[in-house]
Design a protein around this ligand. Structure first.
Ligand SMILES: Nc1nc2c(ncn2[C@@H]2O[C@H](COP(=O)(O)OP(=O)(O)OP(=O)(O)O)[C@@H](O)[C@H]2O)c(=O)[nH]1
Ligand SMILES: [Mg+2]
Length: 397
């Protein structure tokens, strides 16, 4: 699973990325600072079951802090997109290919309106315009992939009577589109099952539907520290009207806090509403942190960065953390480790899906499962819940 960070130039994508991953990257107040994509690991953060159960975990594929599970996910920061990128303006949109496998996108918007459509400093630009422009450029990117050899492709499907959903999903497999995605897009649009009859505008509408299904997007109303309440409220209202979750963020504040925490100056858990000073620092540093407390944490409740990541994964993608165990009484694996592994599962998944995720053999030999919290035996039709702890019983060869 990958999270992509997108937006026009100079809005704070790399600052957001660096805050989220602690990877050092170039950050500067001019467009196209980033050209090659930056890749790193960030964390989604959820309450850990041990908080409720009073256990002490031995995490192997995640981290544990103050009763929270920090679950790693890949994040990618790409170059800025400008209007007309699909016609080659700016850096074009070829670098979007770096986002082929992203399952969710964070659209970073400059909520202050102080960067124009090209990423240049300006007195006022309406950030609401950025929402539609980005949708359009991504639509054209998918359209471009779709359009490649389309006529020949459509004729072949028709002639050889290849199932439409399967053929198009294969055509778009490079961006991680499934047959279900294709089916949903075709049905949402009411497109006919003869692809040779699809007009250009049908293809574009199809690309747009695929984008909504396959690359869901959340909006980070960034530079919130420098934006007025009215600016943020308007962006939130207009974003929500278009179906988006909008979260005010200060990527710059988050970056400062995480760096200060890494250097041992403060105790700060990403996503929280305050920090604790641990050791003396220069008066300049202390002043900067105090400003963050007053202007960001007290005003918004957090810097918003972690909230964006969590909501992208838990709400937009509908993933839930689930912990497999071998001994449901001690919550351990075969080596005595308490809750060593967590898996992010799609909401609606079953214990058998979890079994497959742990190991193919376990999935194939699946008999039943035990919900370790209730000690109840659950079958194949049980829907896994957030923070479930599951023992899988299977016959293995
Ligand atoms: N006030 C404020 N400034 C920010 C914030 N986030 C980023 N900036 C500033 O915005 C400018 C651009 O930041 P970058 O992270 O380089 O932006 P980008 O979107 O990656 O830019 P490109 O790579 O050129 O597309 C820098 O001067 C940052 O310090 C924020 O939350 N608040
Ligand atoms: Mg950048």
């Amino acid at each position: 699973m990958e999270i992509g960070v997108v937006g026009k130039p100079n809005v704070g994508k790399s600052t957001f990325f660096s805050a989220a991953t602690l990877v050092d990257v170039d950050i500067a107040n001019y467009p196209f600072t980033t050209i090659e994509a930056n890749v790193g690991v960030t964390y989604v953060i959820a309450e850990h079951p041990c908080k409720e159960l009073g256990c002490k975990p031995n995490p192997q594929n995640y981290e544990y802090r103050n009763g929270l599970a920090l679950i790693p996910v890949k994040m990618i920061d790409v170059a800025g997109l400008v209007p007309g990128a699909h016609e080659g303006r700016g850096l074009g949109n070829k670098f979007l290919d770096d986002l082929r496998m992203a399952s969710v996108l964070i659209h970073v918007v400059d909520a202050t309106g102080k960067t124009d459509a090209e990423g240049q400093p300006t007195d006022y630009h309406d950030p609401v315009d950025d929402i539609e422009f980005l949708e359009k450029e991504i639509n054209y990117w998918i359209y471009g992939i779709l359009k490649k050899n389309w006529d020949k492709f459509a004729k072949r499907i028709k002639l050889q009577r290849i199932p439409l959903e399967r053929a198009i999903a294969e055509h778009l497999s490079g961006i991680g589109v499934s047959e279900n995605d294709v089916w949903a897009a075709i049905h949402n649009l009411g497109l006919g099952d003869d692809p040779t009859g699809w007009r250009d505008e049908d293809l574009l509408a199809f690309a747009s539907a695929i984008r909504r299904i396959n690359k869901p997007m959340i909006i980070a109303a960034n530079k919130a520290d420098a934006a007025s309440d009215e600016q943020i409220e308007r962006l939130r209202r207009e974003g929500e009207r278009r179906g988006y979750i909008v979260v005010p963020t200060s990527a710059a504040a988050e970056l400062t806090l995480r760096k200060a925490a890494k250097a041992g100056f403060i105790d700060y858990v990403p996503g929280s509403s305050d920090f604790k000073i641990l050791k003396p620092m220069s008066s300049k540093q202390e002043k900067a942190l105090k400003l963050i407390r007053e202007r960001v944490l007290e005003r918004f409740g957090s810097t918003g960065v972690q909230e964006v990541i969590n909501r992208a994964v838990f709400e937009l993608l509908g993933l839930i953390p689930v912990y497999p165990v071998e001994d449901e009484n001690k919550l351990t694996d075969g080596f005595g480790n308490v809750l060593p592994h967590v898996h992010l599962m799609k909401r609606g998944s079953t214990p058998r899906d979890l079994a497959y995720k742990v190991h193919t053999d376990l999935g194939e030999g699946f008999l039943y499962a035990v919900n370790a919290k209730t000690k109840r035996r659950v079958g194949e039709d049980y829907e896994l819940e957030f923070n479930d702890i599951i023992k899988i019983v299977a016959v293995t060869r």
